[in-house]
Write a new protein. Structure first.
Ligand code: 4NP
Length: 150
């Protein structure tokens, strides 16, 4: 059985699409399924933000085919591990959990690494530099996750 990992942010257009693309690039697709979603529904059906697509491309990853979707309660049934990019996402995901088993699936992405920060900042209203910074944080965490899963 595949391990199923879900990356979650607010909009599912900036951070979690990067997390999905980065983790996918580091794991065996036969053993690990990676997806992403957003706690909000502002951008459902849209591709990732152009700045996320660009920073991924700079690191030789193509995330342009991803489509935004909203996190749903059903994701607790589908996924084994649910990684939140920040504490607000974490709280919002937990508020939809029905069981202790569901709650245990939810983690903060940056708790996988020691970067001295435990939230991936929202880069949406900032500049391009923010996207590279976010890429690096997510990349470090995904490296640690991939080591455990591979
Ligand atoms: P994300 O960034 O949660 O990393 O996808 C955001 C994208 C869109 C909005 C906020 C954050 N928004 O308010 O539309």
């Amino acid at each position: 059985m595949k391990t199923k990992v879900l990356m979650v942010c607010l909009g599912n257009i900036c951070r979690s699409p990067l997390a999905e693309g980065i983790l996918k690039s580091k794991v065996d697709a036969n053993a690990v399924l990676v997806d992403s979603s957003g706690t909000a529904g502002y951008h459902i059906g849209n591709p990732p933000d152009k700045r996320s697509i660009a920073v991924a491309q700079k690191h030789l990853l193509d995330i342009s085919a991803q489509k935004c979707r909203q996190f749903s309660k059903n994701d607790f049934k589908e996924f084994d591990l649910i990684y939140a990019m920040d504490k607000n996402n974490f709280i919002n995901i937990l508020s939809l959990a029905n069981t202790e088993k569901d709650k245990k699936k939810v983690r903060l992405l940056l708790d996988e690494v020691n970067l001295g920060i435990n939230e991936v900042p929202d880069p949406y209203y900032g500049g391009v530099d923010g996207f590279e910074e976010v890429y690096q944080m997510i990349n470090s965490a995904c490296e640690a996750i991939a080591k455990k899963l591979n």
